[in-house]
Ligand binder design. Structure first.
Ligand code: GAR
Length: 200
């Protein structure tokens, strides 16, 4: 029997964090297998990354269903069909439907490009986060991986690492530094969650 956990990854864009999870799964740093990639946009480059790795994809748009409830039910059914045990949000910018959160309590994680609880919440994503941090003149930023609940960028922190900001740093250079750290940290944090939950 394959004891590796079945994982779904939710994306919206480039999917570089998805790629870091795919790589970690392929080279044995992740005690899990990505069985499904779900995107909120049909033109997300991350879908191509999934395709190249032979992973099934699903474009999930609430608006293409007769009602919100139908959309939520279909998403949950899809996750069940793939026997998904853990969910990793990798740049997914919407809140997950309440039935999904309820069914996967303590099994969903998110990565955020700052030191939560600072610089989180609705609309705080990507370069907007780094721009605010540079403008505020902060001396450090970092990466946070946390459990997901019904609130944006909320939930118990399971891993956090800092990067220092030099006076020469720009929004772009800070974004690059943080993203590099994200790619290292996300597979580690997801593996930790899987191993602690499944006691392996
Ligand atoms: C990442 O920096 C991730 O931390 C951020 O979106 C980016 C996705 O990049 N997520 C958030 O800001 C969540 N609030 P990717 O598509 O290259 O992985």
């Amino acid at each position: 029997m394959d004891s590796r956990a079945k994982i779904a990854v939710f994306i919206s864009g480039g999917g570089s964090n998805l790629q870091s999870l795919i790589d970690a799964s392929e080279d044995g740093r992740l005690s899990g297998e990505i069985v499904l990639v779900i995107s909120g946009h049909d033109n997300a480059y991350g879908l191509e990354r999934a395709f190249n790795a032979g992973i099934d994809t699903f474009v999930y748009k609430v608006k293409s269903y007769p009602s919100k409830e139908d959309a939520h039910r279909d998403l949950l059914e899809m996750l069940k069909e793939y026997e998904v045990e853990f969910i990793a949000l990798a740049g997914y910018l919407k809140l997950l439907p309440p039935p999904v959160i309820a069914n996967y309590k303590n099994h969903i994680i998110n990565i955020h490009p700052a030191l939560l609880p600072k610089y989180g919440g609705k609309g705080m994503y990507g370069s907007r986060v780094h721009e605010k941090i540079i403008k505020a003149g902060d001396k450090e930023s970092g990466v946070t991986v946390h459990l997901v609940d019904e609130i944006y960028d909320h939930g118990k922190i399971i891993m956090q690492k800092k990067v220092s900001i030099s006076p020469q740093d720009t929004t772009k250079s800070l974004a690059a530094k943080v993203l590099k750290l994200e790619h290292k940290l996300y597979p580690e944090a997801l593996n930790k969650l899987i191993c602690e939950t499944k006691k392996i």
